[in-house]
Design a protein around this ligand. Structure first.
Ligand SMILES: [Zn+2]
Length: 428
């Protein structure tokens, strides 16, 4: 098959010949019996998400492995890491293998289960990290995401344990006592609205502690969804020491701010903006963008968190936290980072494909688009303008903060090892 008229990382127009799931030839004027016209779209290595909630097993009313991976493919992703906070929790070899097998069965994108750090996400006893690493799912990323591993001794043991198989602990940094009952960012807006605040220090204190612990035991640490300017400063300091610390930012923390809770196109107190960690201030957004541009923040991860309507369309205090994100991630990153001149397409490819695959130790993903590489390819038209219509999502859930907004860009096609999962913006 020939994919014609594409611009790799925004470069000159070329054609790509795909054979046996790999890129066989790149050049102008390639011909063959089967062609797909890229129409001048940008070709990126297939996107890799380090932080997706697929909800299966247990909350199939919100998302399934099938619908979540369809949503991923439509967003240009060829691999996702499925978070462990399912029901039952993915804290054994059996559960991670179940999720991994479902991913193989539907094959819209690769599914790499994340293993829980502690049994039942309860923060009391280490889960079977070694058994999950040795399982068919070959787990390398471990996280209690949704909850923080707040016990310093357990966190130290987990960091020590995963060294044996080159694993990484992905921490949801939230000091629980400082955030009891928290509803939104602690600041001027929460004060005016009288909502319990989620202070920046609750994130920053855990990040500082865990950077020190990771350095102490010489292990790999990844920080999930960094959301404050102070967190960026701590991670910049840890990296300057040469410590093995990586981190991610979500698309929504690059674009949205906490004053939307008070005043927005969809009214005040709209739980569509309720997310954990919460939307922060404009100064935080600016710091996160600068840090993603300069490499202090390594990657963009969606924290795609589907919830059924009844869990979101309720009063603020009772609503679930989280937003779907797979199908809008690239557009939001274009808006926040490319249109602002902070990143070019090569920079986007690094942060949404190459580096997340490296952190997750995925050999067959995140490879540069070169001859011999797996044909995991995303075609993206940055000149398109799309009004976000949640009813068109492949995701089973609709809880997007971008409904009705016009965002730049459109995923035209996604190829997983040479096989189209999306063509002309539609699932194959
Ligand atoms: Zn989290």
């Amino acid at each position: 098959m020939i994919i014609k008229n594409v611009r790799i990382l925004g470069g000159d127009l070329v054609d790509i010949r795909v054979a046996d799931g790999e890129i066989a030839e790149i050049g102008p004027g390639l011909e063959g019996p089967e062609t797909v016209d890229g129409g001048g779209a940008i070709a990126l290595p297939g996107l890799v998400d380090l932080h997706t909630h697929l909800r299966e097993p247990g909350r199939e009313d919100a998302e399934t492995v099938q619908t979540g991976t369809q949503s991923a493919a439509r967003g240009g992703y060829t691999a996702v890491h499925a978070m462990a906070n399912t029901s039952p929790v993915a804290d054994t070899a059996g559960v991670v293998e179940q999720v991994w097998r479902l991913g193989r069965e539907f094959a819209h994108c690769d599914v790499h289960p994340v293993g829980a750090v502690t049994v039942g996400l309860e923060g009391k006893h280490l889960a079977e990290l070694g058994a999950m690493a040795d399982s068919a799912a070959r787990v390398r990323v471990f996280s209690d995401d949704g909850k923080c591993v707040d016990d310093a001794v357990l966190m130290r043991r987990a960091l020590e344990y995963v060294k044996a198989f080159d694993g990484v602990i992905a921490q949801h940094a939230q000091e629980p006592r400082l955030t009891a009952g928290a509803q939104m960012n602690e600041g001027v807006v929460s004060g005016r609205l009288g909502l319990t605040g989620w202070p920046a220090v609750a994130e920053e204190a855990i990040i500082a502690r865990d950077c020190l612990l990771a350095a102490h035991v010489g292990s790999r640490l990844h920080i999930c969804h960094v959301s404050t300017a102070g967190s960026v400063e701590i991670i910049r300091w840890a990296k300057s020491k040469g410590w093995n610390v990586t981190c991610e930012v979500t698309p929504h923390h690059l674009l949205l701010t906490d004053d939307l809770v008070e005043e927005s196109p969809v009214g005040a107190y709209n739980p569509i903006y309720k997310v954990n960690p919460p939307l922060r201030t404009r100064a935080d957004v600016e710091a996160l963008r600068a840090a993603l541009a300069d490499g202090t923040i390594d990657i963009v991860a969606t924290d795609h968190a589907p919830h059924p309507v009844e869990d979101k369309e309720t009063e603020w205090s009772a609503a679930a936290m989280g937003m779907v994100g797979l199908e809008t991630a690239l557009s939001v990153v274009q808006e926040a980072m490319v249109e602002t001149g902070l990143l070019d397409w090569a920079g986007v490819a690094q942060r949404m494909s190459v580096v997340p695959a490296r952190i997750g130790r995925l050999g067959g993903q995140g490879q540069p688009l070169e001859v011999g590489a797996p044909a995991n390819i995303t075609l993206y038209d940055p000149s398109a303008r799309t009004e976000v219509d949640p009813s068109a999502f492949a995701s089973k859930s609709r809880n997007t903060p971008y409904e009705g907004m016009t965002l730049p860009g459109r995923v035209v096609a996604t190829f997983l090892r040479g096989r189209a999962t999306v063509l002309e913006g539609k699932l194959v």
